[in-house]
Design a protein around this ligand. Structure first.
Ligand code: TEU
Length: 570
């Protein structure tokens, strides 16, 4: 595969797919590290952990939103795109963080949330002020239909996707909370304002963007009703806004207006719920100049009945291999995969895909790291994943903070006839607050996250699961992540090798190879608590065992949750 190069300063060129050898670390600032004792993580807290991130070996830091926000959806409701919310710090702090990352050879990617703004953004305040305000068409306003919402779409956070505005007698669209009105990307003034803001951030030295639900921005302008699933109160608007009619046009325009003229490597990642492999090839084909990679959601819907996260079901490894294998195959020739087990919206990886029991937590966390990071694509480490942090046991609904959880609990107990206990049980496995408990730095009070009262409870297992206990332990999960990240930096077969899935029908073992001329890796992961014996068509006798989570054993026997990575030299 030929790789074009970006001409930088005369002597420096980087491959256009520079991100193939990179590892991204996601910081959810509110829960990362609190520097001033207000119980909320902040930028100076992140600054205090830059050496930790450098030691881990990650290359890019993706910062979840730190912009001015009412915090209705923990910052994914932005009221000023060009300022830092005081709870996180100041623009000067952010510049110091950017400079601090760059000084350590790392990059900073910001979270771009432009499918919607906060309802407290000046743009929306103007838009809602009157029907003939110049910014009225910056959002989706519609007349009532038969005295009610203009269509039957539901919000991702329960309830209808429309809010009635008394002042003008019209409804506005919000695919998320009613404090997150959707921007109207059909309006070229909206697009121009977004591009101007993006350029403003790039001019300040930011190295790219993770683009929040960016495939929602093009909608079927007739806003037709969606199908209503059994037991649901509202219609699914997805068929009418997921990767809509103008999405490729908009992303290509964004690329030309913001990224094309830049001569430093920039990372663009589209978060795209519902994206298909076929669409992802188009989105990530470098020749089409749209985005570098996408976050797809197929593998994180496999443990849910009909994709309903409040109806969890047991994950089948064969389904996981089929899904991830299809994405590997689909983007093998053109385009690029992002690779993740978790983020601030998903349950903790070791609890969801591994085994967070005391006996197998560390083993399975390491196995998951090895399997994911040795796929073809760019791996993402969500804060705390490198420590083997687990889901949280929340007690009452009052322990939760996430609007998605709180709204669902209210709707389920008041409109759907479920009891509090039933809803709490359904919430437990996959709720987003599982991943939003503070990073566990020490065994001390509040896990060393804050000297104040944390905005959300710290997992009590911080007593033994914490960074201080791991960073100098060569056998820790943290140290294992360092090894697997280093492997990507050192080995072209990891960053660029072809992927071949093996044993697709094996219910317990995840097996695949990565190969380039002269070098092949065999990756074996036991996704079970039982010993497995692997039989392969090819003879791997004599291959070098280069990575594992147990004492070395060159056989193809896999102990519970064992990872083995072999290298064969052709
Ligand atoms: O998430 C988009 C998204 O698809 C989520 O609704 C996800 O599917 C859900 O949370 C899983 O239950 C992005 C952000 O990552 C999320 O934090 C925001 O709440 C959302 O967009 C709105 O900005």
């Amino acid at each position: 595969m030929t790789v074009e190069h970006i001409e930088l300063a005369p002597a420096i060129t980087v491959p256009k797919d520079w991100f193939a050898s990179q590892v991204v670390y996601q910081v959810y600032p509110r829960s990362f590290a609190d520097s001033n004792g207000d119980g909320v993580g902040d930028l100076r807290g992140i600054l205090s952990k830059l050496d930790y991130l450098q030691r881990l070996g990650v290359d890019v830091v993706w910062l979840s939103p730190i912009y001015t926000s009412p915090q209705d959806d923990n910052g994914y409701d932005i009221s000023d795109y060009r300022n830092v919310d005081p709870i996180f710090g100041t623009l000067a702090d952010l510049q110091e963080l950017t400079d601090g990352l760059h000084a350590r050879g790392m990059k900073l990617v910001m979270d771009l949330v432009v499918n919607h703004t906060s309802d407290e953004h000046p743009w929306f305040i103007e838009s809602r002020s009157s029907k003939d305000n110049p910014k009225r068409d910056w959002y989706w306003w519609r007349q009532p239909r038969r005295g009610a919402e203009p269509n039957n779409w539901g919000s991702a956070f329960s309830g209808p996707a429309w809010e009635f505005d008394q002042a003008t007698g019209e409804y506005y669209l919000h695919l998320f909370s009613k404090k997150q009105p959707d921007l109207n990307w059909e309006n070229p003034e909206v697009r121009a304002a977004v591009y101007e803001m993006m350029n403003w951030w790039l001019d300040r030295g930011v190295d790219g963007f993770r683009m929040d639900v960016i495939n929602f921005i093009s909608k079927d302008t007739s806003l037709p009703d969606g199908p209503v699933a059994d037991g649901k109160l509202f219609g699914d608007g997805g068929p009418h806004f997921l990767s809509g009619p103008r999405i490729h046009e908009f992303l290509h325009e964004m690329n030309l207006e913001v990224f094309a003229g830049r001569d430093n490597p920039l990372l663009t990642v589209g978060e795209m719920p519902g994206v298909t492999v076929e669409d992802a090839v188009l989105f990530t084909d470098p020749a089409r100049a749209e985005v570098d990679m996408v976050f797809q959601f197929e593998h994180v819907a496999l443990d849910q009945e009909d994709g309903d996260k409040w109806r969890p079901k047991k994950l089948q490894l064969t389904d996981l291999k089929k899904s991830l294998g299809r994405w590997q195959e689909g983007l093998a020739e053109t385009g690029w995969n992002s690779l993740y087990w978790g983020n601030h919206d998903q349950a903790r990886a070791v609890s969801r895909f591994g085994d967070d029991s005391p006996q197998y937590r560390e083993l399975s966390a390491k196995m998951l790291a090895g399997v994911l990071h040795l796929h073809r694509g760019t791996p993402y480490v969500y804060q705390g994943e490198e420590l083997g942090m687990t889901n949280m046991s929340f007690g009452a609904i009052s322990d939760y903070r996430d609007i998605e959880v709180l709204n669902h609990h209210r709707e389920a107990t008041t409109h759907l006839g479920h009891t509090d206990a039933e809803v709490l049980a359904a919430l437990a496995p996959l709720n987003r607050d599982n991943a939003r408990t503070p990073v566990q730095w020490e065994a001390s009070l509040h896990g060393g996250f804050t000297t104040g009262s944390p905005w959300i409870a710290v997992n009590p297992n911080s007593s033994h699961i914490n960074a201080a206990a791991q960073i100098d332990d060569p056998d820790s999960v943290f140290s294992f992540y360092r090894k697997v990240i280093a492997l990507r930096h050192a080995e072209p077969v990891v960053s660029h090798g072809n992927f071949t899935m093996l044993l697709p029908d094996d219910a317990n073992v995840y097996a695949f190879t990565r190969s380039i001329p002269g070098s092949t890796l065999l990756v074996l992961g036991n996704f079970s608590g039982a010993q497995q014996h692997v039989t392969l068509d090819e003879d791997w006798t004599g291959a070098e065992l280069i990575l594992g989570n147990y004492p070395s054993d060159p056989s193809l026997r896999l102990r519970p949750w064992e990872l083995k990575v072999f290298r064969a030299v052709d």
